[in-house]
Ligand binder design. Structure first.
Ligand SMILES: Cc1cc2nc3c(=O)[nH]c(=O)nc-3n(C[C@H](O)[C@H](O)[C@H](O)COP(=O)(O)OP(=O)(O)OC[C@H]3O[C@@H](n4cnc5c(N)ncnc54)[C@H](O)[C@@H]3O)c2cc1C
Length: 468
C-alpha cells in the first residue's frame, strides 16, 4: 500500500466543484437510477449532450419503498465523505436536506459506545434522514438538469460493436417482456447494484467476467421507526458497537433521529444472532444496549412494523484486473463493490465513484479504449472501504476468510487504534476521518499514529486487549 493511494484518495474526495466542463459524448446511458446511477448522471451531464437513466422501478410512485432497493427501509447513515461529495455536485445540498427535515447532529448530540464504554467527545457531524428521503432529494436535483432524463425500463443487455459497447437493449415498462428496444450510446454505465447482471452479459459476448471477491458475513439487520415525543434523549445519534471478544455477540446498533419527527433504530447481529420482526424481541434487544435505546423503544410509539434484511456477503468485482475490457463501459456503486452495510460506506463510495468518473472524463480520455484509468481510481476508493470493513469482519468468529497477506499485523494495529480512540481525541479524530471516508486507511497506520496509540493504550491498562 502506498502513499500514492492516500494522496489520490484525498484528491478524489475534494469538496471543490470542477472548474470547467467539456462535452465529449453525444449520449450516455446509465443503467439503474438509485444513488450511484443518479450521481453518475449528474457528472455525465457536464460531458454528454444527453444523459438517459434507465430504471425499472416507477420513480414517481407514491410509495417510496421500491422493489429495486429492498434495503431502503433500513437505517442509512450518510458518512461525511459522501456528504462532501453531495455538496460538491449539488452546492448547498446538505443545508437543503436539513431545511427539508433531515437531522443535523454534532458534538454532544452524537454518542458512541464501544463494548459499552462511551468514546471521548469528538468533533463529528452526522446528517440523518431515511434512505427514500435522501434518494428523493438527489433524484430531484439530477432530473432537474436539462440534459438528463429517466426512462422506466428494464435493461436486458448491452450491445457490443467490435471492441466496444455501443448501447443497451431494454424493455419499456408496460410493454411485453419480448418487446426489446435498443438505445445507442457513446458510454454505458452499470449502476444496477450488487445483483447487476453485467458479468453474465460480458460472458455471453465471449468476454471474461470481472473476478468477484466475496467475504461471507452472514449479517442480519432489523430496523424500526418510532414517533419522537417530548422529553427525547439529549442525543440525536447514538451508535453502539460490540466487538466479538470474551464471548460477546458482535453487532452494531444505531439510534438516530430522522425527518418527520421520527426515530429510527437499527439492530444488527451475525450468523445465528438474528433480530426478528417481533416488536417485543426488538424492544428486549434495545434494553441490552446503552440506556437511550430502551428509552426510545419503551416510551415512544412504534409507527411502522419492524423490517428485517439479510446480507450474505461483502463482494467486489475487480474490473481493474480484467484482461479484456470493452471500451465505452463503466460501472459504479454497488455494481462494483458492496460492503458490510454496518460501516455505512455504500453511498459514500458511490459518490466517490462519481468523483472518479469526473476525473476520468476531464482527463481527455480516448473513448475508443477501455476506461482502465477510471477503474484504477475506483480501485483506490474500493480498497479504502474494503480494507476498513473487511479487516473488522475477518475478526468475527463465524467468518472464515480469505485472509489477506499481512492480516494479523494489520489487525493488531487496527485494534490498537480502536482501543486508543476510545480515550484519545487525536486518535479518535484520525480514526473518524478514515471511518467517514475522508481519509485513506493508510493514513492511520503512519508511525506517528501507531506510537501515539501505543502510548495511550499503555497508560490505560485497565482496558482489555481486543484481539481475535
Ligand atoms: C441493509 C443495508 C443497509 C445499508 N446501509 C447503508 C448506510 O447506512 N450508508 C450507506 O452509505 N450505504 C448503506 N447501504 C448501501 C447502499 O444501500 C448502497 O450502497 C447504495 O444504495 C448505492 O447503491 P447503488 O445505487 O449502486 O445500487 P442500488 O441502490 O442497489 O440500486 C440499483 C438500482 O438499479 C436498478 N436496476 C437493477 N437492475 C436493473 C435493470 N436490469 N434495469 C433497470 N434498472 C435496474 C434497481 O431498480 C435500483 O434502482 C446499505 C445497504 C444495505 C443492504
Amino acid at each position: 500500500m502506498s502513499n500514492k493511494s492516500s494522496r489520490r484518495f484525498r484528491e478524489l474526495g475534494t469538496s471543490q466543484p470542477p472548474a470547467d466542463s467539456r462535452v465529449i459524448l453525444r449520449r450516455a446511458v446509465v443503467m439503474g437510477g438509485s444513488i450511484a446511477g443518479l450521481l453518475a448522471a449528474r457528472v455525465l451531464s457536464e460531458h454528454a449532450a444527453e444523459v438517459v437513466i434507465i430504471e425499472r422501478d416507477d420513480l414517481t410512485a407514491e410509495d417510496e419503498r421500491r422493489p429495486g432497493v429492498p434495503q431502503g427501509a433500513q437505517v442509512h447513515v450518510l458518512l461525511d465523505g459522501g456528504r462532501v461529495q453531495l455538496d460538491r455536485w449539488f452546492p448547498g445540498f446538505s443545508d437543503d436536506l436539513v431545511a427539508a427535515g433531515a437531522v443535523h447532529s454534532r458534538d454532544d448530540a452524537i454518542r458512541m459506545y464501544v463494548n459499552g464504554a462511551a468514546k471521548v467527545p469528538v468533533a463529528n457531524e452526522i446528517i440523518s434522514a431515511s434512505r427514500p428521503f435522501l434518494e428523493r432529494q438527489v433524484r430531484a436535483r439530477t432530473l432537474s438538469l436539462p440534459n438528463v432524463h429517466s426512462v422506466q425500463a428494464q435493461t436486458r443487455d448491452v450491445i457490443f460493436s467490435g471492441d466496444r459497447v455501443s448501447g443497451v437493449r431494454c424493455t419499456l415498462a408496460g410493454e411485453p417482456a419480448d418487446k426489446v428496444r435498443t438505445m445507442a450510446a457513446d458510454l454505458v454505465v452499470d449502476a444496477m447494484g450488487r445483483s447487476s447482471r453485467l458479468s453474465d452479459w460480458l460472458e455471453r459476448a465471449g468476454l471474461p467476467r470481472p473476478a468477484m471477491r466475496r467475504i461471507g458475513i452472514d449479517l442480519n439487520y432489523a430496523t424500526a421507526e418510532f414517533r419522537r415525543g417530548e422529553g427525547s434523549p439529549g442525543a440525536t445519534t447514538v451508535q453502539a458497537i460490540v466487538l466479538p471478544q470474551n464471548g460477546r455477540r458482535a453487532g452494531t446498533s444505531v439510534l438516530t433521529a430522522v425527518e418527520e419527527d421520527r426515530w429510527a433504530i437499527l439492530l444488527s447481529g451475525f450468523a445465528a444472532d438474528r433480530p426478528t420482526r417481533d416488536p417485543d424481541d426488538f424492544r428486549e434487544r434495545c434494553r441490552r444496549l446503552p440506556p437511550m435505546f430502551a428509552e426510545v423503544a419503551d416510551t415512544c410509539q412504534m409507527i411502522a412494523p419492524v423490517t428485517t434484511y439479510r446480507q450474505a456477503d461483502s463482494r467486489r468485482r475487480d474490473f481493474h484486473l480484467m484482461s479484456h475490457l470493452p471500451a465505452g463501459l463503466l460501472a459504479v456503486g454497488d455494481a462494483v463493490a458492496s460492503f458490510n452495510p454496518i460501516y455505512g460506506q455504500g453511498m459514500s463510495s458511490a459518490a466517490l465513484h462519481a468523483s472518479c468518473l469526473s476525473a476520468y472524463l476531464r482527463s481527455a480520455p480516448s473513448l475508443s479504449k477501455p476506461a482502465r484509468d477510471y477503474f484504477e481510481m475506483v480501485r483506490i476508493v474500493i480498497d479504502a472501504a474494503w480494507q476498513t470493513s473487511t479487516l473488522n469482519d475477518l475478526a468475527l468468529p463465524h467468518v472464515n476468510g480469505p485472509y489477506p497477506r499481512g492480516y494479523r499485523v494489520a489487525r493488531r494495529i487496527s485494534n490498537l487504534i480502536l482501543q486508543a480512540s476510545v480515550a484519545d481525541a487525536d486518535i479518535n479524530h484520525r480514526f473518524l476521518q478514515v471511518a467517514n471516508m475522508r481519509a485513506h486507511p493508510n493514513d492511520l497506520v503512519r508511525p506517528s499514529a501507531i506510537f501515539r496509540a501505543a502510548r495511550v493504550v499503555r497508560s490505560n491498562k485497565s482496558r482489555q486487549p481486543m484481539t481475535k
